[in-house]
Design a protein around this ligand. Structure first.
Ligand code: C2E
Ligand code: CA
Ligand code: CA
Length: 543
């Protein structure tokens, strides 16, 4: 309707312009003067909208309008038929030629504007998919992502557009029964009409065999492609945009699980989707003040004083509520965002340590560090910059790395651990007992503290094996000059056992749940001044 109205107004304007020019020509003396040339205006306007057809029709009408006018209006001398018929023919041809040239120009522009073309391809596919969804036809979309595309394009002088066009042309010839579309990011999408899930899987297996066994040539260079194939069947598609979103999520899933191909499956994806969503939210969480740090005090068993605490992150998500660190930290650790997050924690801990120092509380604070942090030179540069600017705080910092991480990554992180130790940062081995390292090996590692995992601590008072193990760990570590911390202390009994075993420090709900910085300050002051005694078991920690 909107379109029809537009055409109506365009045509009306063109006709009006013709009539106006006609009147001007008449009142300025007739066709022998200069004003008939004004007729070119409505003709050109018409070609802009309707190209050749518009040019011919408008020029013909303009010619007829001029034909009825006299050569000289004052003397009432009329034109000869030869004159006006010739003019109609000339004008009509001119209108047609202008329209034709304009149309060709547009076509060339569309051809060279590859992105417009690719955009069109995606739009075409969108229309087709939405149409197929309304019909009874079963179909699948197969999305091909080429993982080594940057390698390939550098071989081909960085011509990614050339590559995508040639690759799609090659596939179109090979798989002529299948519709292939180029996506805006130059990946390809296949539309497999009348394919069930099983048919799709068979097709993918054959396709992968084919593409892996035969190299594909461009400019005489054989290219071996590393593809990921994602398929999604009609049953899992609500609309095109939904399919697209699912394909992108599936691509992450496929890469992360090192699969060659993946057929979309709601169950497999949903947990993964949740975490990708969480990760993207986490980027905003810092700015939105949804993240905060709590500190769990550690009790020195020799003098019954709190002289250290562990920093633990908390996330109060605006819509999903409280999210425990175990649900997002392992995912963040797979991405470089762990560097920003750890640096954020370190900066905040340093600020909090300063606040505590002002209140005459001089404790150590342990920060959980991911091995990925220590392998990133960007992280290390920023870390040493922060440490250099806070030299007076360095001795208050402790870095915790899990036993498993230290053992598996020791060759890459040993130098850094030594460097940190040298400038005064204490290094702790977290979750000791879960990483299967041998006690004698610990002697050679750059660690100051060993934190025994809570699994071994929780049954200390009623499991002989756990008791003996903890006892020997404490004794051997003392010989090696390493401090032992027991985590997960939940009862007075456990604490008493650890005191008798000469354990260095204890951490757990029995002593205190993790606390906000001002509560930590209060707790330490009260505890160390003996105005407060640990005698109650807190089973339900708020943080
Ligand atoms: P973790 O380093 O072993 O931290 C100790 C966990 O045990 C904490 O859980 C703490 O709340 C909990 N806990 C403390 N006392 C007791 C107790 O008596 N009994 C029991 N059952 N649990 C106790 P949380 O805070 O949920 O942290 C879980 C894990 O998340 C941490 O394990 C750590 O690996 C990771 N994490 C927490 N905060 C950070 C952080 O800031 N950065 C990094 N990279 N990881 C963090
Ligand atoms: Ca820890
Ligand atoms: Ca731990």
């Amino acid at each position: 309707m909107k379109n029809k109205l537009k055409h109506f107004f365009v045509i009306l304007t063109i006709l009006l312009l013709i009539a106006i020019v006609d009147i001007i020509v008449y009142f300025t003396g007739g066709t022998k003067y200069v004003f008939p040339y004004l007729m070119l205006i409505p003709i050109i306007v018409s070609t802009l909208f309707y190209y050749t057809f518009g040019g011919i029709i408008s020029a013909f009408i303009a010619g007829v309008f001029l034909a009825v006018l006299p050569i000289d209006s004052n003397l009432k001398i009329y034109q000869t038929p030869f004159n006006y018929i010739s003019r109609i023919i000339i004008l009509t041809s001119l209108g047609g030629v202008i329209g034709y040239l304009l149309k060709n120009k547009q076509k060339i522009k569309r051809k060279t504007g590859l992105e417009t073309n690719i955009y069109n391809e995606k739009e075409l596919l969108k229309e087709k998919v939405n149409r197929l969804l309304k019909s009874n036809t079963d179909f699948s979309l197969v999305f091909i992502s080429i993982d080594n595309i940057s390698e390939i394009t550098s071989l081909l002088d960085n011509d990614i557009t050339d590559f995508s066009l040639k690759f799609s042309k090659y596939l179109k010839q090979k798989y002529s029964n299948i519709d292939i579309y180029i996506n805006t990011d130059f990946s390809l999408i296949f539309l497999l009409k009348n394919y069930s899930i099983t048919d799709t899987e068979n097709w993918i297996i054959n396709f992968l065999d084919d593409i892996n066994n035969n190299s594909f040539n461009i400019n005489n260079i054989s290219l071996f492609l590393k593809n990921y194939l994602i398929a999604i069947n009609k049953n899992d598609i609500n609309n095109f945009d939904d399919a697209f979103k699912k394909m992108i999520t599936s691509l992450y899933y496929t890469k992360e699980n090192k699969l060659d191909y993946f057929i979309y499956d709601d169950k497999a994806i949903s947990s993964n989707y949740f975490t990708s969503e969480l990760l993207s939210d986490l980027h905003k969480a810092i700015k939105k003040n949804e993240l905060f740090i709590v500190y769990q005090p550690k009790l020195n068993l020799a003098d019954n004083q709190i002289i250290s605490a562990e920093a633990l992150i908390r996330w109060n998500h605006s819509t999903k509520g409280f999210i425990p660190p175990n649900e997002f930290i392992p995912q963040v650790e797979k991405t470089t965002f762990i560097n920003n997050l750890t640096l954020w924690i370190i900066t905040n801990v340093i600020n909090d340590l300063r606040k505590l120092k002002k209140q005459n509380i001089n404790i150590k604070i342990a920060i959980n560090i991911s091995p990925r942090n220590l392998m990133s030179n960007l992280f290390l540069t920023k870390l040493f910059h922060i440490l250099n600017n806070n030299k007076d705080i360095i001795n208050n910092l402790e870095f915790e790395l899990t036993e498993r991480d230290i053992i598996t990554e020791i060759s890459s992180i040993k130098e850094i651990l030594l460097k940190l130790q040298k400038i005064g940062v204490s290094i702790a081995m977290d979750d000791f007992g879960t990483g299967y390292s041998s006690l004698t090996n610990l002697k050679h590692l750059p660690i100051d503290i060993i934190k025994i995992d809570r699994e071994f601590i929780k049954n200390l008072d009623n499991n002989k094996i756990d008791y003996e193990m903890v006892k020997s760990i404490i004794n051997i570590s003392r010989l090696m000059d390493k401090k032992i911390v027991a985590e997960g202390v939940e009862t007075k009994n456990t604490l008493d056992y650890l005191t008798n075993l000469n354990c260095f420090e204890a951490q757990g709900y029995y002593i205190s749940k993790p606390l906000l910085i001002n509560k930590l300050q209060e707790f330490i002051s009260n505890y160390n001044n003996k105005t407060f005694k640990v005698n109650n078991l807190i089973l339900d920690p708020i943080y």
